[in-house]
Design a protein around this ligand. Structure first.
Ligand SMILES: O=c1[nH]c(=O)c2nc[nH]c2[nH]1
Length: 733
């Protein structure tokens, strides 16, 4: 990776060190060894080696001797007139050649051991301008420069060796070429005073005074605090892009003149600024707008392995889907094959990794106002006392929009890229939920709730006909949005609130439209007993739903704490998915669900927040609570009882959830051709509650995120390839 970043990506060793979290000396030594092994010498800014012939070097030197105050610009102009095939020669090269001339070194390669010797030897001992043409060692800038250059000598970032840093730099008068060089590096190449001083091995004060004098002479504005030249405003940058795009072969000079004539107030603009804007434009034009490429660590689950960590990978996302996932070594081949450029690539930092989006398989969007309150009653009393009155408020569509907007934003913020929502019985309010989800770019199943008994007069559907008519209209409405992400889900609340004919009609409706179905099953013992009373003919609670054709591989049943073995068997036979909601199960004391038993029986299990039975809208919390519930169950079991591992919790939150919603062919992990629903996790994000230490492995970081992370660590959220949330760009939605 170091080699790739330095030699292919043209990163400096400082950048690579920062990116990989390594000491710079380590990076530099890897680079040095590689250079030696591959005999890589000086590279030009473009990464290609290009050397002047000895004749050309002499030519340059002679030009500089013709007149006392000839400028580097003039030397360059004349040189390029003579050698038009050369195309371009940087001032640095000219400057260095002149210094080689002064040392009498033109035509000679510096002996390699010179690189190893202390630099003082070559540094002028006497003050005063070095004499041109003298072969004296004391004036050699060349020898000073050579060992200090790490990778790109001509215009790339410059780094000094450790030896350089120990040398106290002297103040002395400068040659014209040196002044030119300082001006060029500072104003055209945008180097800081320190970089220039390091590069030329001069005292910072010397460089600074040259810059100051030049600024005064040319009335150049003050620099910004970052040490860079004042950035052009976006408006000016766009203006330059416009000018560049108006004429294909426009020169930089022409661009500058046109820009300055349009903006007489702007005192100056360097050629390199225009050049940078031009490069950016071209790179953006060359970049495929339909492809995004990510480099770094990817974490996901498969059927066989609950947690796979893949460092040093490159993933390509084309439109909405994962196009490729390869080792970073393949980057160049992939660039060639797919035609993407560096501007398509997002490099993750060492504290970041990418994981699949989390999936909430059971949440009541309409209970969000009660999140974190009203936990003092058990389920059936809780419904009558708190929940039904709250849900009744959703006849008010303004209120519905207010709450639903907050719910969806909160879930996205917490990394839930897909959710199975319960709305309320209200048709209009439920349509609003679908609209909001669609607008915000989340993937979801949206349910209009069906119920018409054992609930308040003011909050119930009035007849089976009305219930089915409204539900059918709702299904058609959601389908009419034509969103590939938002689908309707048929939602009988639970058996106690739905008479047989209503359940049967809803089963038929779901079959007619090929819809998903969701409900509650075996959440509390009193509820199970009540169902026995209400449906005396049924073999079990599960059998009630099964008899009404409500169980299929597109059905999601929440809770399932009190299932008998027979019920488990039926659910598995039908391919039903189970939504495990541990926070809710403990908060309103419904029971401890033995997920190991369900998993061992071959059932599909995902996680649900079940807000507001559960008080936390984050699936991270559901993972933790599922681990706690499993630990508590283990306290009462044999030694060989297998607790849920954090890796399994991770899988339930991602791939498991996808299977429960029957979407595993589209989402849940990073298999090729799946939709790119993903989270960029940063364990060291600002304000993060996670403590990371130098000895932490990548797996430690992942585990710490699961146990101690929160929304502050979710830097970006992608759904179907779209970045719908970015911590650093809060305005995306
Ligand atoms: O946790 C639950 N929340 C509900 O809203 C509900 N309705 C029936 N059963 C339920 N369980």
């Amino acid at each position: 990776m170091i080699i790739d970043l330095v030699f292919n990506e043209k990163k400096t060793s400082r950048e690579v060190a920062r990116y990989m979290g390594l000491p710079q000396s380590t990076v530099m030594s890897v680079v040095q060894v590689f250079k030696k092994e591959h005999r890589i010498h000086k590279k030009t800014a473009t990464g290609r080696k290009r050397r002047l012939t000895t004749a050309q070097e002499f030519q340059l030197f002679e030009m500089s001797q013709e007149r006392d105050n000839i400028s580097v610009d003039e030397i360059r102009r004349r040189f390029l007139q003579q050698y038009p095939e050369f195309g371009h020669i940087s001032k640095t090269t000219i400057y260095r050649t002149l210094e080689r001339g002064k040392k009498g070194l033109i035509g000679m390669d510096p002996p390699p051991e010179r690189y190893l010797e202390p630099i003082e030897r070559y540094w002028p001992k006497k003050r005063g301008r070095p004499r041109a043409g003298a072969g004296s060692e004391s004036s050699s800038m060349n020898n000073v420069l050579e060992p200090s250059v790490s990778i790109m000598e001509e215009s790339g970032p410059i780094e000094t060796s450790a030896a350089d840093k120990d040398i106290s730099r002297q103040r002395r008068s400068l040659s014209i070429a040196e002044r030119e060089m300082i001006i060029s590096l500072f104003f055209n190449e945008n180097r800081t005073i320190r970089e220039v001083a390091d590069f030329m091995h001069l005292a910072k004060s010397t460089v600074s005074s040259v810059v100051q004098v030049f600024k005064k002479e040319h009335r150049i504005q003050r620099k910004t605090s970052t040490g860079r030249k004042k950035k052009l405003s976006d408006e000016h940058e766009h203006m330059i892009m416009d000018i560049l795009s108006q004429k294909e072969d426009i020169t930089i000079e022409e661009t500058r003149n046109r820009f300055l004539s349009l903006n007489p107030d702007v005192p100056n603009i360097s050629k390199s600024t225009i050049y940078r804007i031009m490069e950016n434009c071209q790179s953006k034009l060359r970049a495929r707008s339909d492809m995004e490429v990510f480099v770094g660590i990817f974490v996901h689950s498969t059927e066989d392995n609950p947690l796979i960590i893949m460092p040093g990978m490159v993933m390509g996302v084309l439109n909405t889907k994962i196009e490729f996932m390869e080792s970073l070594e393949e980057l160049d081949h992939l660039k060639a094959e797919y035609g993407f450029t560096d501007s398509n690539i997002h490099y993750m930092t060492p504290s970041q990794f990418m994981m699949p989006g989390m999936i909430d398989t059971h949440i009541h969007a309409s209970q969000f106002p009660n999140n974190g309150v009203a936990m003092d009653l058990p389920l059936l009393e809780w419904l009558q006392t708190y929940t039904f009155p709250t849900e009744a408020n959703f006849s008010d569509t303004l209120f519905a929009r207010e709450v639903y907007s907050k719910v969806v934003e909160r879930l996205l913020r917490n990394g839930t890229t897909t959710a199975a929502y319960f709305g309320t019985i209200h048709l209009e309010g439920s349509k609003i939920l679908a609209d909001v989800v669609h607008d915000k770019g989340q993937r979801a199943l949206i349910g209009k709730v069906n119920m018409m008994r054992n609930c308040p007069e003011y909050y119930r559907e009035m007849s089976v006909q009305e219930s089915i008519r409204d539900t059918e209209e709702f299904i058609r409405y959601v389908r009419s949005i034509q969103s590939p992400l938002v689908q309707p889900i048929v939602t009988p609340r639970f058996a106690p609130t739905c008479p047989e004919d209503q359940l049967a009609s809803l089963g038929q409706l779901a079959a007619k439209y090929g819809c998903h179905i969701q409900s509650h099953l075996c959440e509390t013992q009193p509820e199970c007993n009540w169902v026995k009373e209400l449906f005396p003919w049924a073999k079990s609670y599960t059998d009630v739903y099964d008899s009404m054709r409500l169980l299929s591989e597109k059905s999601v049943m929440a809770h399932c704490i009190w299932l008998t073995d027979d019920e488990i068997y039926t659910l598995r036979e039908r391919g039903v998915g189970i939504s495990h909601c541990p926070n809710s199960n403990v908060s309103i004391r419904s029971g401890l669900c033995d997920i190991r038993r369900l998993l061992n029986s071959g059932l599909k299990v995902g996680l649900g927040t079940d807000c507001s039975g559960g008080y936390c809208p984050s699936i991270l919390d559901s993972m933790r609570q599922s681990l706690q519930v499993s630990n508590i169950l283990a306290l009462d079991r044999d030694q060989d009882y297998q607790r849920i591992t954090y890796k399994e919790a991770f899988r339930m939150a991602t791939l498991g959830g996808a299977k429960v919603l029957n979407m595993e062919d589209r989402i849940g992990n990073f298999e090729i051709d799946k939709e790119f629903d993903a989270l960029l996790i940063d364990v060291s994000a600002p304000g993060s509650a996670i403590d990371i230490f130098s000895k932490d492995t990548v797996e430690d970081k992942v585990q710490k995120f699961i146990y101690t992370g929160d929304d502050r660590n979710i830097a970006r959220v992608y759904v179907a390839g779209h970045r719908i949330l970015d911590l650093h760009n809060k305005n995306l939605h």
